[in-house]
Ligand binder design. Structure first.
Ligand code: SF4
Length: 395
């Protein structure tokens, strides 16, 4: 029987784009999903931010966000969401919320226009639904749509500027707040304390509408929903119901480019191998977690002819002043020369210092300091291999 979308949403569309089989298992077969830790974590952080900001609105609060209250709400979400586990994961949430409260500075309740605002759009014959994480009123004519992201990897500029999600959000905002002359679109990258802003032209919005309508039609006319093994399969909430995932875990391969001059085949095999390698790596992590838990409980573990244990590795660092002093004394070189040869600033430590400075200094001052330091940076460049799916609507 042909499938009919009772509605569309960005998550439906992106699920289909990423893997038609995942779409079928979720929306057509309606199988129970088993979201992994990253998905549960993102959901719990979103819910905490929603609760925190809702209190700002209902209690009409003005001032800095209450960090203690944010952490209290995080603990409550943690208790509610049974699938979350691990002190490191809990701590990650604490750090994100602390940074969030600090980065927000002074929040005036009147500047938060709405949170988790549902919307509906009619695009072609499809009803598109969704919800806006947060809407800020920046001035009498400008609003900002904010979408919180807990991704570990930042989007590229091209991804932000072409995001279908943001195009839909702009269309929704135009409908909900027709008085707004300017609409800003922001991905707030919670793990990085970075805001990635973008805007949309009328032409981009028309293209987005045409794309959504075409994709909606494509889903309904699809004769089959093939699996699309990809680098994110280990996070798929239907991986345990997916035969392709099970086969990939056993290393089953389908594509071998015997003719290396056939670039299409080379690319297909490369993507298949990359997806399987990532799955295998992620599975290795899962298995090692099981073994590690046993080692921590029982000491060394022996199984299937292998011995597993934990060992300690040493990381060596040298205290700066004392080491430079010894090197000057011992090498006969001038201090400047010693420094030129051995001293570098660790990027991670520098980032930590700038992050920590935001607790004491105004955000603009830290931004200037960062920009100042960036002018001193020396960069080396190397080429990396990149692979990204190009989005096409095909029949
Ligand atoms: S595990 Fe991968 S191939 Fe299988 S349904 Fe999920 S996304 Fe698709």
């Amino acid at each position: 029987m042909a499938f009919t979308n009772d509605h569309l949403s960005f998550s439906r569309l992106s699920r289909y784009e990423q893997c038609p089989l995942a779409f079928r298992l979720h929306y057509i077969d309606r199988l129970e999903a088993a979201p992994g830790l990253p998905l549960l974590f993102g959901k719990a952080i979103h819910a905490t931010l929603e609760d925190l900001l809702r209190e700002v609105l209902t209690l009409k609060l003005d001032g800095p966000l209450n960090e203690a209250r944010a952490l209290d709400l995080w603990s409550k979400q943690w208790m509610r969401e049974g699938g979350l586990h691990g002190i490191d994961v809990f701590q990650e949430g604490v750090s994100i919320l602390r940074d969030f409260c600090r980065d927000e500075g002074i929040v005036r309740h009147e500047s938060v226009l709405d949170i988790e605002r549902p919307f509906e759009l009619q695009i072609g014959r499809f009803l598109v639904v969704g919800a806006l994480d947060r809407v800020n009123a920046l001035d009498a004519e400008t609003i900002e749509i904010v979408d919180y992201k807990s991704n570990r990897v930042l989007f590229t500029r091209a991804e932000v500027d072409s995001s279908l999600q943001m195009s839909l959000y702009q269309l929704a905002a135009e409908k909900l707040w027709p008085w707004a002359k300017t609409i800003r679109l922001t991905f707030q990258m919670l793990r990085h304390s970075i805001r990635m802003e973008t805007t949309r032209s009328r032409e981009q919005l028309e293209t987005a509408k045409a794309y959504v309508a075409a994709l909606g039609e494509q889903i309904e006319s699809a004769a089959e929903f093939p699996p699309r093994l990809n680098a994110n399969c280990s996070y798929c909430d239907h991986k345990l119901q997916c035969p392709t995932y099970a086969e990939a875990l056993k290393g089953k391969r389908y594509v071998v480019a015997e003719n290396l001059a056939d670039l299409a085949l080379v690319a297909k095999e490369r993507e298949e191998v990359a997806a399987i390698a990532k799955l295998a790596y992620s599975r290795k992590g899962e298995l090692e977690e099981v073994l590690r838990a046993r080692i921590e409980k029982d000491g060394e573990v022996q199984a299937a002819g292998h011995k597993y244990s934990l060992f300690t590795i040493a990381n060596t660092t040298y205290p700066f002043e004392a080491t430079v002093e010894r090197l000057v004394e011992g090498s006969g070189l001038a201090r400047d020369e010693v420094l030129r040869k051995v001293a570098v600033i660790d990027k991670g430590a520098l980032e930590d210092l700038l992050k920590e400075s935001r607790k004491r200094l105004p955000r603009a001052q830290v931004a200037m300091l960062r920009a100042d330091v960036e002018t001193l940076a020396e960069r080396t460049f190397s080429q990396r291999f990149s692979s990204k799916a190009s989005k096409e609507v095909s029949s």
